[in-house]
Every structure is written in C-alpha cells, then in structure tokens.
Design a protein around this ligand. Structure first.
Ligand SMILES: NC(=O)C1=CN([C@@H]2O[C@H](COP(=O)(O)OP(=O)(O)OC[C@H]3O[C@@H](n4cnc5c(N)ncnc54)[C@H](OP(=O)(O)O)[C@@H]3O)[C@@H](O)[C@H]2O)[C@H](O)CC1
Ligand SMILES: [K+]
Length: 517
C-alpha cells in the first residue's frame, strides 16, 4: 500500500472531486458516513457519552458532519469547536450550519474556557487538527490535549492524532493527542510507523473514502507499506523440473569462539528460505558443532581455531552472507579487507562486518553494488552517524544508501528497507522477536532468497516480511517471552505457506447460497 505525503493527499482530493464530478462537501459527507458506520457498528446504539472535539478546518468539518449522523441515530453527543483560529474552512461552515439547523449549538472552546468534564467511560472523537497542521498548537490547546489524556476516556482520532505533523517529529510530546485508535483516510501516514511518532496512536485503520483509483495507481510515493498483497507478486514459484542446482548456493561467513551459533542460525535460515545449497565458513572451532547439529549444511573452516582470519574457499557460491558472530579481531578486519578486494559475489552484510566497515570506512568503497546491509539501530548509528530525529535518520540513511549503492535495511519494530530513494515499511513481526539470534536469521533468509534469484532489493523486502511473519506464527505457540530464534526459524516454512492462505472468514464460492437453503 502506498504511503502518500500530505501534499499528495490534497492532490488526490482534487483529482477525485474533478473525476467523479462531486463537490468537496460530498467528499466530506462520504468521510462522515464512513466514520459513523465504524462507530455505530461497534457501539450499537449504546447510550455512552460521545464528546466530539472539532477544529475549524476540514478535519473539524469531518467531526461536525459525524456529529450530525450520530445525532440522527439518537446518540448521546456533546460537540465542541476548538476555536484555535479565526479562519474557517468552507466545508466546516456548511456542516456547522447543518448541525445548527438540527438545533445543536456546539460549545466554542477558547483560551479562557472551562474545560468540559469527560468521564473515563466516555468516548472522545478527536477532530481538532488533521494533515493541515503546520505549526505547534497554542499552549491552551495543549492543555486541552492534556485534559483529554487525564480523562482516560477512549480517544478516536479522525485521520491523524491532532498535533501530529505528517512530516516531522513534534518538539513537545504533550502537544499531540494520544489516540487509542486512528481512522486514517485512504492511506496510513508515514508517522504511524516511525518509533518517535508511532507511539501517538495505539492502533490505526484505513477507511476507503473513494479516492480516485487511477490517481492511487499512477502516483509514485517515497514510501510503501509492505504486506502480503505487495509480496505475492514478488514470489518466484518453484518450477517442476528444478533441482538443488537451480536454487543457488548460499555461503555464510562468520562465527568466532563462543559465537558459532550465529552461523548455525543464519545457515539454517538460508536453507529454509529456499537456497538449494548452503555452506558455512567458520573458524575451526565451529566445525564439529555445525556438522553434528546441522547435517544439511556443508562446512569450510578457516585456518584459525577461534576467529575468521582469512576468507578463502574453492567453491562458487551464488551469494555470500557475512558478519554474523564474527567479532572484530584484527585478523578478521584484515580478512574482510582482503576478501572485499577480490570478491565479485553479491553480499549480505551484517553484525560485526558492519561494525568493521563503520570503523574502517575506506572498506565501504569496496562493497559490491546493491549489497544488502542489515544494521540494528546501534550499528546504523555507527554507519551513518547520529541523527536529530526519525526523519533526519531516514534522510541520512537514504543518502548513505545512495552514496554506496546499497540496500539498507533499518531494523526496528517496523523495519524499513531503503533503496533508490524509496522506503519499504514492513508490517509483520512482534515484540517477542527482540531476542538473540533473530538478526542472524534475517541475514540467512535474505542470503537464501538472493541465492534463488531474487534481486537484492526484493530479497531484502521479502526476507524482512517473511522473517516477521515467521515470528508472528511462532509466537502463537510460545508467547512473547519464550520466543526463540530457533522457533522463528522453524516457522519460516509456514510463513511461505501463509502467503497463499485464504482468510478463514472469506466466503467460498456459493457458500452463502448453501447457507440460505
Ligand atoms: N482525502 C482526504 O484524506 C480528505 C481529508 N479530509 C480531511 O481534511 C483534513 C485536512 O483539512 P485542512 O482543512 O486542510 O487542515 P486541518 O483541518 O488539519 O487544519 C485546519 C487549518 O488550521 C490551521 N493551522 C495549522 N496548524 C495550526 C496551529 N498550530 N494553530 C492554529 N491553526 C493552525 C491551518 O491554516 P492556516 O492558514 O492558519 O495555516 C489549517 O489549514 C484531513 O486531515 C481530513 O481530516 C477531507 O474531509 C476530505 C478528504
Ligand atoms: K485529528
């Protein structure tokens, strides 16, 4: 799903209005009906008090129009206009008049107003600011946000939590509404997925408000949200007469005394992701454990007992995943340097190999084009330097990806893969996956996908998706606390199968007809 900027959303509105021959008021009315249906379906006419806080622009207009529908269905509403500006949008005014025609006069809240009482069990609809926010809200409006927060009532935000910008991090975290749920129009906003700004809404959901499909299809965006629908077309089906030689050969280089398990996990994930063959290149101490515990893998050992000291082999791998459990011993730094001088194979670079690159920056010029780098936040900081906030981080990461022509995978609760100025935001995964070894699995999976013929960008985006999905499947049996990387690895197969699963509640052909008989 594409993630549009605020500017593109305004353009989409205009395109829809023109193409469908409707007015902006009609578009807003459609929005209000969608909002009403969402609420009505959930509260089913219950007499719960609903406080609607509306601004003076179109976000406020949405809230006022929703009030009318709630009123007409007998809901217990209280409407407030948060009068933060003398300006009014046309559609806000039209809807305010319609409400007044029905004998509802909202209370206008100003700086000096006594704030209304809100009960814990009430519902607050936040339609104060939408995507038109362009400066920090006034202090008295921030006090209102705080008053709403203190009430502990359920907060439903319209389009975006008020006070949240679409393209920057707010200076004051209290100057943003804390939403329990946000109903976002047509597309989610980028800020829902960044660590510093995603915290302002617990849940989000997209409402289809009928934006022109042609505009949605034809407009390129800087970010895309990645779910099953985006990954299905990327999947490369297995051909009937293919064999292990057709699915590539992944080589995993890494490990050091006490950290051979990382190579074990990465090699296993490489194979489970579909690589035809996998070889592990480890210090001598890794030979016995790998051969004993992982018979499917071939093993080549370094001349050194405990560290990687020379990366030399006489096999012809399709792709090499390097760095897991490797450590930063001087000999390994030299080995990586020498290896990069002669290597011509695609690379997936992780963990200590990234740290070595960060500390020996001349090595970055030697990585092959479209190498995949998979840093966690600390490793990323070593590579790109510190950042002011999440947006600055994305800018710096994009510049780094461009400079070194690499696919940069920024690991996090929503992992973002960057390449060629575009970001792919992952939607799978869970907090249980913050446990040792899961990063090694990702390295192995991306290596395994490249081995089979996925291009590096697709391998990174698909690998991240499948990795998270495998974690989501595994956690259902283990719970967050007991989730291990091994359990995630064992669910990689199920993550592939899940790509083709039909949702249980989708009616099968003629199922409804039969049910009526
Ligand atoms: N396709 C869609 O998604 C649709 C969305 N709709 C809704 O429209 C809003 C956006 O509405 P808009 O009127 O453009 O903006 P807001 O309602 O967010 O803000 C209103 C005006 O407030 C001013 N402003 C901005 N920041 C502040 C501030 N800190 N203090 C005071 N005033 C502020 C600003 O005007 P200025 O001229 O003063 O700068 C805003 O214009 C969207 O979020 C949806 O809810 C449509 O209903 C239909 C389609
Ligand atoms: K809002």
């Amino acid at each position: 799903m594409k993630i549009f900027s605020a500017k593109q959303i305004y353009e989409a509105d205009k395109a829809t209005i023109k193409k469908n021959g409707i007015s902006s008021d009609e578009l807003m009315e459609g929005v209000a009906v969608q909002l009403f249906n969402w609420l009505h379906y959930r509260i089913q006419g219950a007499p719960v008090k609903i406080h609607l806080f509306c601004g003076i622009g179109n976000n406020g207009g949405d809230g006022i129009a929703l009030s009318r529908h709630l009123l007409e269905h007998g809901y217990n509403i209280e409407v407030y206009v948060v009068n933060y500006s003398k300006k009014r949008s046309d559609d806000f005014l039209v809807n305010l008049d319609r409400l007044k025609d029905r004998k509802v006069w909202p209370e206008f809240l100003e700086e000096s107003s006594v704030l209304p009482e809100i009960g814990r069990d009430d519902i607050v609809v936040d339609a104060i600011f939408g995507i038109g926010l362009n400066r920090a809200p006034d202090t008295w409006v921030v006090k209102l946000f705080d008053h709403i927060r203190q009430s502990e009532a359920f907060v439903l935000s319209v389009d975006i939590p008020s006070g949240l910008f679409t393209d920057k991090v707010p200076h004051d975290e209290n100057a943003v509404i804390r939403a329990n749920h946000t109903l976002s129009f047509q597309v989610p906003k980028l800020v829902f997925f960044l660590p510093e700004t995603g915290v302002f809404t617990e849940q989000w959901e997209v409402l289809d408000i009928g934006i022109d499909p042609e505009f949605l299809t034809n407009t390129e965006t800087d970010y895309e949200l990645i779910g099953k629908n985006e990954m299905l077309p990327v999947y490369i089906p297995r051909e009937k007469f293919s064999h292990k030689g057709s699915h590539g050969h992944g080589l995993i280089v890494g490990g050091s005394y006490g950290k051979v398990g990382a190579v074990h996990l990465a090699s296993k994930a490489c194979l489970y992701a579909g690589s035809g063959l996998v070889t592990a290149y480890v210090p001598k101490c890794g030979y016995v454990p790998l051969q004993t515990n992982f018979p499917e893998a071939m093993v080549i050992t370094d001349v050194d007992e405990e560290v990687i000291s020379k990366i030399e082999f006489d096999i012809d791998p399709t792709v090499i995943g390097i760095g897991v459990g490797m450590g930063k011993d001087k000999r390994s730094v030299q080995a990586l340097d020498d290896f990069l001088n002669s290597n011509k194979k695609p690379l997936v670079i992780d963990a200590d190999a990234l740290n070595i690159l960060a500390e020996n920056r001349h090595l970055l010029d030697k990585i092959p084009a479209q190498s995949v780098l998979t840093p966690h936040p600390k490793e990323l900081e070593r590579l790109i330097g510190t950042w002011k906030d999440d947006f600055d981080k994305l800018d710096k990461a994009k510049a780094f990806s461009k400079k070194y022509d690499c696919v940069l995978v920024i690991k996090g609760s929503h992992t973002i893969t960057l390449y060629d100025e575009k970001g792919y935001i992952n939607t799978t995964g869970n907090p249980g996956m913050g446990t040792g070894g899961t990063g090694d699995l990702l390295t192995g999976m991306v290596t395994g996908l490249i081995a089979q013929g996925y291009n590096p960008l697709n391998a990174a985006v698909f690998g991240v998706y499948l990795h998270g999905r495998a974690g989501d499947i595994a956690v259902e049996k283990t719970g967050y606390q007991a989730l291990t990387a091994s359990a995630v690895a064992e669910s990689i197969g199920a993550a592939f199968i899940d790509l083709f699963a039909v949702p249980e509640n989708r009616p099968r052909p003629n199922e409804n007809d039969t049910a009526q008989e």
